[in-house]
Ligand binder design. Sequence first.
Ligand SMILES: Nc1ncnc2c1ncn2[C@@H]1O[C@H](COP(=O)(O)OP(=O)(O)OP(=O)(O)O)[C@@H](O)[C@H]1O
Ligand SMILES: [Mg+2]
Length: 294
Amino acid sequence: MKLSLSQPTNQTLIKNEVSKFFKTIDPSIPILTETTNSYNVLQAGKFGQTYLSADKTNVVKVINLQPYLSEPASIVPIIIERMTSEVINYHKISEVCPEFFCKFIGYHYDPTEFYVAIKMEYCGKDLIEYYNEDILKNNNNKQHLKNILLQIAKALQCLHTNGYVHFDLKPDNITVSADGTVKLIDAGSLTKINDEQGIVCGTADYMAPELVGKLSVPKNNELKKTDIYSYGILVKNIYANVFNETYLNYILNERPPIEKIISILENNDNNIFNFLGGNKITRRRRYQKRSVRR
Ligand SMILES: Nc1ncnc2c1ncn2[C@@H]1O[C@H](COP(=O)(O)OP(=O)(O)OP(=O)(O)O)[C@@H](O)[C@H]1O
Ligand SMILES: [Mg+2]
């Protein structure tokens, strides 16, 4: 079939719709203008890369949208959902939870090259690197491990009380700075609890079992419980030998509210410990179900 010139191709349509979305973004969210710093690759991902500035103060995450162009036009809501998380929700959560979520600095959308760049503060090593390098060397320090878990739990509490779930909690998305401050990063899956639409996201090993193979995003407490499950897996994967089985099963099976997890850690309940040392952990890729809830 011959395509008439006035008929937009699938690719043009996708680009136009995404560009339209970027024009509607709240103008108070900072747009990046120039980059004076030089950058080195920090981590290479499937759709993009993160770069660390030479002065190690900030990170730029470049999300290449080009691969979406070979998809059908029905991909548009998925791209928009993803961009909403990465730009709008990221900006919002870094303002309401500055102690617990990485600081968002600004974004840049390039409609020609079809990519988005997001600049944020550098928050330190991710938990994979931190844990594998440092904790194993110092693996008899229960108080230190507990403090990291407490900070992660408090970060989740801040997200949940502000109406968001992280939806992709795992060691790769948690950072620890040189002074031991823990922050969550990666807003790619950040989801508003009360939104009518949402995409089921997560990382296979950390994803709540009720989400596997599902298209619909649960609501309210059920949605918060998916983060608690990921938290439980994280504790189990990293600290399997640190906490006893009863405690690990309690988190994974009961999925108590995050406040309960915080209070157990804060009350210094030594019954939860079973300290034998650590395991080495590995990176896991994010999974995204390509369908939108209606
Ligand atoms: N602000 C930051 N401070 C320190 N390290 C960071 C920061 N942002 C990203 N990183 C590092 O880069 C890695 C990848 O970044 P990020 O998690 O945002 O993207 P991704 O997981 O590749 O993308 P996706 O959203 O597709 O899952 C992180 O696991 C972490 O090691
Ligand atoms: Mg990530």
